[in-house]
Design a protein around this ligand. Sequence first.
Ligand SMILES: Nc1ncnc2c1ncn2[C@@H]1O[C@H](COP(=O)(O)OP(=O)(O)O)[C@@H](O)[C@H]1O
Ligand SMILES: [Mg+2]
Length: 512
Amino acid sequence: METETVESSGTVTLRGRWKDKPGVVERLEEAGITIVKSASSADVFLVEGTPAQYIVNQARRANKEVLDIEVYLAGLSVLENAQAAPMVDFPRRSAIEVGDGWVRILDITLARNNDPGPLCPPASRFASFTFDSPTLLAARTIALGVRYGLPVLLEGETATAKTSAIRWVAHLTGNQLTRINLNGQTDTSELVGRYVPSGGLPEIDIWAYKAFIEENADDSGVNLSPETEALILKACAANEGRGRPLTQVEVQQIMANETLQQPQWGFLEGAVPRALREGHWVILDEVNLAEAQVLERLNPVLENPPTMVLTEGHGTRFGGGGGVPVHGDFRMFATMNPASYAGRTALSPAYRDRWRLSSFLTSPGEREMHQMLRRLVFGEQPEVIWRGVVYQADAGESLYPELKEVEGIDELLRKLSVFHASVCAAAGSGGSASIGRTRRERYTFTRRTMLAAMDLLGRLTTEPEKPVTGAADVATIIEDILEALYVSRLQDQADQQSVRTAMRAAGLAQER
Ligand SMILES: Nc1ncnc2c1ncn2[C@@H]1O[C@H](COP(=O)(O)OP(=O)(O)O)[C@@H](O)[C@H]1O
Ligand SMILES: [Mg+2]
C-alpha cells in the first residue's frame, strides 16, 4: 500500500492549526523526528484533525501524504513497541468499534451517519464476512480515502473482496452507495445522464374521454377518431367495467390520432450528478473495461475538491463555486482486475495517478480460507496484526451450527483450506499453472467456490430425514461436493485428475 510511510527516522512538516496542540514539537523531537519547513524535504505532512483543502492540495503537489499528528505518533510508538516486545505481548484491540456518530476500523476513525438512507448497504449482506488481514487492510485504505477525500482504486483478482470491502465500509459509516458496472458498451450517458421525454407521456383520463364520446355521439363535428374511441372504450370495459390504465403504446396511438402535442425532451441526471448532489459514494466497478473517453469525462470528479459541468441539459455546474454545491459525503471508488485478464486494458499511468490512493488486494491463501471456514462454522474472527497491535473483530453467529458438532470438523476445515489453496495454485497465473494451461482464460477458484461448497455442505448435512453427524458421512458428502464444484467444471480429463490428486493429497478423498 502506498499510504504506509511512517518511519521513526522520519522528517515531517507541520501544517495548519497544529499549534493548538501543546507539546507536539517536543513529542516529535523526543521520538527522533526532524521537523522541517519545506514540503519537498518532508516525508509527510502532519496536521491536527481534518486538513484544510489548501493543505491537501499542497501535499498533493509535493506528492506527500497528509497524516493526523496523533495517528503518526501512534504509529511511531507501535513501531518501537514492535521492535522491543515479543508477539505475545502485543496490545489487543477490537478491529471494529462503532460509537454514536463515529466508527473505528483498525486505527482509523471515521464519522458515521446514524440514520442512513435507503441506498446504504444493509448488515444482512455481511453475515458471512471474515475480517481477515487482506479484508481489513483494504477497508483501511478505503477509510483513509474517505477521511481525506481522496478517490480510491482497488486492484486484484476476481473475488478478492474489492467491491464487498467498499460496500462494507459504506454500511459501517452509514453512507449511500451507487455501483456502476462498467463494460466496453458503457457510454457516458449512463454515468452523466441522458435526454428523456420530460414529464413522460400525457395522462389520459379514460372516463373523461368516454363521457366526451357519449356526449358527442350525435354531433358529427367534434368526434374523436374511431380508432381512439375504440381504444378508450376497450380500456373502460376492461376488468368487468372497472377499467384499466392505457398502455404506453395506446397513449402514443391516441396522441398520433388526435395530433396531441409531443412532450418536450429534458435532461435526466445520471448516477454521478445525483451522487454529487446527495452525497452518495460511487463505485466504478471493473473500471478498466470502460472506454478511455468515458473515464475522461469523470476526471474532474476525481479532483479534490470534485467538480463537474454538465454540458448537456442546462449546463449545471457542480462544485468549484458553480450552481450546485458538492455534498460533503460524496466519494469515488474504482475496482479492477489485473490487466492480464481477458478484455482488460492497462490503465494509463496518468489515469491511474488520478486515483490518489490505490491498493492491490492479494488473493486469500490457505490461511485466509481456513479463517473464513472457521468464521462460517464457529463464528470466530481471525486475529490480525497491524502496526504492532493484535486486532480482532467480535465473534459473529455460526452459519452452520450443526457442523460445529461434527466430530473432527476442525481437521476437515483445515484439509478443505489446504485443498482449495493447492487447486488455486495449480490453476494460477505464471509458468507454474498446471490446470487449464491449454486454455486462453484460466479457471478461477475463489472464495465464491468455497462459499458455495459450504452452503451445500450445510444443506446436505441438515436434511431433516437423515441428519448427518458422523465424521465419515461428512467426509463422503464433502468428496461429492468437491467433485461437483471443483472437478466437473474442468474440460480436460487430465485437469480433472489433477484436482482429484489434490483432494487425495489433502486427505479429502478415499483411495479406490
Ligand atoms: N472477507 C470475506 N469474507 C467472506 N466472504 C467474502 C469476503 N470478501 C468477499 N467475500 C465474498 O466473496 C465474493 C466475492 O467478493 P467481491 O467483493 O464481489 O469480490 P471482487 O469485487 O473483488 O470481485 C462475494 O460473494 C463476497 O460476499
Ligand atoms: Mg467486484
